[in-house]
Design a protein. Sequence first.
Length: 355
Amino acid sequence: MLTWAQPTEEAEILPRRSRRHRSPLVMFGIGVLIGLALGAYYYGLPFAISPKPVEPQEAFPEPDFSLTNFLGQVSDTIWAVAVSPNGQTLVSGSYDSDIKLWDIYSGKVLRSFSGHSDAIRAVAISPDNQTLVSGGGDGKIKIWNLQTGELRGTLSGHLSPIWTVAISPDGNRFVSGDYSGTVKIWDLQTYDLQQTIAGHSGTVWSAAIAPDNRTFATSSSDKSIKIWDLQTGKELRTLKGHSNAVRSIDLSPNGKTLISGSWDQTVKIWDYQTGELSQTLSGHSEQVVTVAISPSGKTAASGSLDKTVRVWNLQTGELVNTLAGHSDWVISLDFSPDGKTLISSSKDRTIRLWQ
């Protein structure tokens, strides 16, 4: 049986440096002080769920978000969250290998999924709300029936910890990326491995599949973003501009815009069709860990080691709001399908809902 050295939790979330360049993590103490100051300033925000609006928001500007609720603490760092397509539930994966299905409105745990032997670093829900895909530090991908909790299959093709999984919008394929820099394309119906890609020179942190189900993007500690053909696995282009590991990416619903968050503390907006850099957004005082685009494609959010979530106007690049409430690093973000709720998870072991 193959084994690999298991780093500490802190070592895992800090950037795995490129094999070609190694630079130390700096200014962490200042980031902690800033995070504490912001947390103290915002700590008085209410924790009760606010009434849901009767009529939907029809026009931009969208909600600028404030803290409305938080789900009960779990026993360890929450690495990943994914909201279900119906917007009623969410899935979380944590460092202690626990996966939970939550009712968003009541905050109750509906189900737990057990089977991984190491930290859960990635979760994704199929468009039909029937299937959950999870990736773990044990190098395994597990496929579950989301409604019953039944384990449908375990895929063992990766030889190192898995950091990302992404399901295609048509529900036919999914992509996974691991610590060694390997990307794999799988058939979600048969669980067959379709392609293995070795194009990155560092950890593959994040993946996103385009709405047309034809291409997908990956980001890496090698400071690059790569675009691939989903059918053949052929590399189409490489996006360069970040000066450190690219920790997270997301694609707009129309497939025209890609955003990326990096250890260089910036968020970048790219033209997905041409690969051109459109804007660079600055504001975080520490490394950016996670980014997400709202279903409307008008708003983006970023989470950082500075313990804050920042909300951006994706069209202008303007900072709309800075959300403070977490007491430790913000690790994962997702929007509800209607775009009215932003979900964040943290090393502080909580999931927070912002509306």
